[in-house]
Design a protein around this ligand. Structure first.
Ligand code: C2E
Ligand code: MG
Ligand code: MG
Length: 557
């Protein structure tokens, strides 16, 4: 692209005729317009042809501004003048060459232009670290450098940071070869460059299939993604590729790296979600991220300072009248010195995702085993307690040994502690899980499948996994009074369980009505607020005392 700057229309037209065959031409009538256009097209402009004497802003001032500009200085400028004396001044200000007025032969002008363009491109090659040769987008470091300047030129303008990624790109390479993979990356680069030809912005390929765009704010990000996606569909017909996009709308004074970190986080969060490939990072997410970070860094201190404690929620046999206490579930609680009570719904998934859950689980198991042993000794009968196992535990090859040691160290029997496989423990690796369950049951542990009927558990699992107990997901129980379907489902699960000789625990029992329905449906065990919330050991002990009195009463009659 060539920018022709001259106040005389006749000169502009004459030059345009000379270069238009080889270059895209844009024109300006004075220095001010020229600078505006240079900024707007700084990434496409090959050269500027500049008149010196013009109204509003003359050529010298343009040269001076460009010379001092961090970005524009790279665009070579040829000065057009009839004044020999002007040449030295212009040279000092960084002009690359001269074209004398009145204009020479076309060939001479063209030759000068192309020589200067080649020269300056050569110079750019030296700093080829600036652009990714594959996509022609900036490399990461240069992108951040330019991004900072980009803000500087546009004070008060709202900007979007966009991170773009191709779903499962590594399979494209693996299946169709690197060559095709490169073609796809180039196509995405082209699509982004096309976008930037209409929008003020810059872009980078950070690495692999990670693209970043900094541009003026768009209200409708969905439309932007859809346009990209549509173009990619049309141009890569061999495979149907899906893009995902994370956006962070920039707050004034926000650090560039942080800005793209957050856009990147948003992009990560929609990974694999073809239904919802776009996420805009907002202050809520920032809060959550900061909280997560805090919790992760506080975990070890929390364990050392005993901020964690275990609560127990009873499970009752409702076929007896009155219902009888049969066992309990041990659940973790975290009383943070500054943040107060933190729900396991917040920290369990977090620690699971970072592979730290085993620390918490081991603590709960130890506490539970210690409690069971104490109660057993104090009351002369065992009240078995279930502990939760998550995915990370399943992958621990020493799991069985650790659990066995726990039993021995506390002088317990294997059926004093039961194991609940929480939802996250149902791994893709069914073989591993099966092997483990068999091993644990052989030793003497009972296995309960937690949250049966929720996301990961399935009917299929029932036929392959040897289990002892099904815990029906809370949401089914919640609606059995109002929804005929949910009641039928619970009855169906009870039926299947009876056929497979599995015991059933219904979770989340809150009302008298639910109790009656479950009892009539033949459900034996329930756990829920109706009987008791999860409570600390000393409070739970009162329930054991009551049960102990009933047992004594039975014996004496
Ligand atoms: P879960 O294992 O299914 O535990 C049952 C959850 O349901 C508990 O929530 C309990 O307080 C709650 N609940 C019990 N009855 C009712 C009721 O009637 N109504 C309602 N609305 N809720 C009821 P909690 O303690 O917040 O634990 C949530 C989840 O966190 C647990 O679900 C489990 O998946 C996980 N979790 C808790 N403690 C541990 C632990 O020590 N290790 C592991 N790995 N996960 C744990
Ligand atoms: Mg559980
Ligand atoms: Mg459960």
């Amino acid at each position: 692209m060539v920018l022709i700057v001259d106040d005389q229309e006749i000169n502009r037209d004459a030059l345009e005729t000379v270069v238009e065959e080889d270059y895209t031409v844009i024109t300006a009538e004075n220095g001010l317009q020229a600078l505006e256009l240079m900024r707007e097209h700084s990434h496409e402009l090959s050269i500027v042809l500049l008149d010196l004497i013009m109204p509003v802003m003359n050529g010298y001032e343009v040269l001076k501004t460009v010379h001092e500009d961090g970005e524009l200085w790279k665009i070579p400028i040829i000065v057009m003048t009839s004044d020999k004396k002007a040449e030295l001044e212009a040279l000092k200000l960084g002009a690359a060459d001269f074209i004398t007025k009145p204009f020479d032969f076309h060939e001479v002008i063209l030759a000068r232009i192309s020589r200067i363009v080649e020269l300056s491109e050569g110079r750019q090659l030296i700093s080829s670290a600036e652009k990714d040769p594959l996509t022609r987008l900036y490399t990461r470091n240069f992108f951040f450098e330019y991004a900072n300047r980009f803000f500087g030129y546009r004070p008060g303008v709202q900007m979007d940071a966009i991170v773009l990624n191709i779903e499962q790109f590594r399979f494209v390479n693996a299946i169709h070869g690197r060559e095709y993979g490169n073609k796809v990356l180039r196509t995405v680069g082209d699509i982004i460059l096309e976008f930037l030809s209409e929008t003020d912005g810059i872009a980078s390929r950070f690495d692999a299939d990670n693209f970043a765009i900094l541009c003026t704010h768009h209200e409708d990000h969905r439309a932007v993604l859809e346009e990209f996606q549509q173009k990619l569909y049309e141009r890569s017909t061999k495979v149907r590729l899906h893009l995902r996009m994370g956006v962070r709308v920039r707050r004034e004074d926000m650090d560039t790296i942080l800005l793209f970190d957050q856009a990147g986080t948003a992009c990560m969060m929609v990974r694999g979600d073809f239904q919802k490939p776009l996420m805009v990072y907002d202050e809520e997410m920032l809060k959550k991220e900061m909280l997560d970070h805090r919790l992760l860094s506080d975990l070890r201190a929390a364990l050392a300072e005993e901020q964690f404690y275990v609560v127990f929620q009873p499970k009752y046999d409702i076929q007896c009248d009155p219902p009888r206490l049969r066992s309990a579930e041990a659940l973790i609680r975290w009383k943070h010195p500054e943040l107060g009570m933190i729900s396991p719904e917040t920290f369990i998934p977090l620690f699971e995702s970072k592979g730290l859950i085993t620390l918490v689980d081991s603590f709960v198991w130890r506490e539970a085993a210690r409690q069971v042993a104490t109660w057993k000794e104090r009351y002369g009968f065992t009240l078995p307690v279930s502990v939760n196992l998550s995915r990370a535990d399943i992958f621990d090859p020493t799991l069985t040994d650790r659990l066995c040691a726990l039993i021995k160290d506390n002088g317990l029997e294997y059926n004093d502690i039961k194991l609940e496989l929480t939802e996250s423990a149902y791994t893709q690796d069914a073989k591993l899980l099966l092997g483990l369950i068999c091993e644990l049951r052989k030793v003497g542990f009972e296995i309960e499948m937690d949250d049966f009927g929720s996301g990961y558990s399935s009917l299929n699992m029932l036929s392959t996994m040897p289990l002892d107990v099904l815990k029906i997901e809370m949401s089914f129980v919640k609606n059995i009074e109002s929804s005929e379907t949910d009641l039928r489902l619970v009855e169906l699960i009870l039926d299947i369980a009876a056929n497979l000789k599995l015991k059933v625990v219904a979770e989340g029992l809150e009302t008298e009505g639910q109790l009656k329905l479950l009892r009539d449906a033949g459900c034996d065990l329930v756990q829920g607020y109706y009987f008791s919330r999860p409570v600390p050991a000393n409070e739970f002990e009162k329930l054991i005392q009551k049960e102990s009195e009933l047992i004594t009463l039975e014996k004496s009659t």
